[in-house]
Design a protein around this ligand. Structure first.
Ligand code: IPD
Length: 300
């Protein structure tokens, strides 16, 4: 790790993310083009997902031949991330948004070292917003206005407010592709308890948001635009880049099930909290209390 040039790796990932963004915007998204499904009718993959992953994996294997590579479209069930430097890549995170032309899809490029998210680059080509983070080196968000790049450090607020509990929180959640069974029931019940009025036993959070991309949800928490994000069912490639950016912006990643303070990168159950001078652990505990006895049952 000591001899890895993380800044050079970040710069390579930024270049690739922008190139991939060009491929995404050049494709026929939102034009009834061919899609394929994986687990069920809402777990969708397109030719563009595959072409972008091919371009990224070929480029990274050339540039870093000794590193491992894990990508959403070529991963085989059972394969886990090892301790060696590993690129963890989602060519299009938010494929459902992509095929609907809903402008929240991104390229998510992470590097894990010792299974720890170490470099992260997320690029949303629809809105031309790029997030990046390097372990120990901070996180930034780059937008463009009038042709000029504007780079801001994350979180966007210089003095993030303390977290004062779920009652004043804006939370990211996702439905995922399981639409029946234990995980689906637990999500639906948790969303009800989070949003219901205090008089009826709920926490009455400010509201719930679903950006449709785990990476963009994590980027929003890192930026301080959402207070938390809870997800069960997504994979390491959905969260690796965003996790690095989150931590570099002062956030924490806990587990999606109660009691897990140190979740695994490929554990598939996550609870992210924004950077704040106080209240991070308390709000995690409060969220876990809402889950109660339930448990997300996604397996690695
Ligand atoms: C999906 C998105 C979505 C999340 C799913 C992921 P994909 O990734 O991140 O927000 O809820 O669990 O699978 O399929 O668009 O790459």
């Amino acid at each position: 790790m000591a001899d890895l040039d993380l800044k050079a790796i970040r710069d390579t990932l930024v270049q690739l993310a922008r190139r991939a963004g060009g491929m995404i915007m050049d494709s026929n998204y939102n034009q009834n083009f061919a899609t394929d499904t994986k687990l069920n009718s809402v777990d969708i993959v397109t030719e563009t997902d595959k072409a972008v992953e091919e371009m990224i994996s070929t480029s990274l294997r050339e540039a870093y031949p000794t590193f491992s590579f894990m990508g959403e479209e070529t991963w085989k069930p059972g394969v886990k991330i090892g301790p060696e430097p590993t690129f963890v890549v989602d060519p299009i995170d938010g494929t459902t948004n992509f095929i609907h032309g809903f402008p929240h899809a991104c390229v998510s490029l992470g590097l894990a070292v010792d299974r720890v998210p170490t470099v992260g680059v997320i690029y949303n080509p629809f809105l031309d917003i790029l997030y990046s983070g390097i372990k120990g080196g901070g996180a930034t968000m780059t937008t463009r206005a009038g042709g000029a790049a504007i780079e801001k450090r994350l979180p966007l607020r210089r003095d993030p407010a303390p977290l004062s509990g779920l009652g004043s929180a804006l939370l990211g959640v996702e439905w995922g592709s399981d639409r029946q069974g234990t995980n689906f029931e637990l999500k639906a019940e948790t969303y009800r308890k989070l949003t219901a009025s205090k008089e009826t036993g709920g926490r009455m959070v400010h509201s719930l948001r679903s950006l449709g991309s785990a990476a963009l949800n994590l980027a929003a928490v890192a930026a301080g635009q959402m207070d938390m994000y809870w997800e069960g069912g997504c994979y390491a490639w959905d969260v690796c880049a965003g996790w690095c950016i989150l931590v570099e912006a002062g956030g924490i990643m806990a587990g999606g099930n109660p009691g897990v303070w140190e979740p695994e990168l490929d554990g598939r159950k996550y609870l992210a909290v924004r950077g704040a001078p106080a209240g991070q652990k308390e709000i995690v505990q409060e969220f876990w209390d809402v889950i109660g006895e339930g448990k997300l049952e996604y397996q690695q």
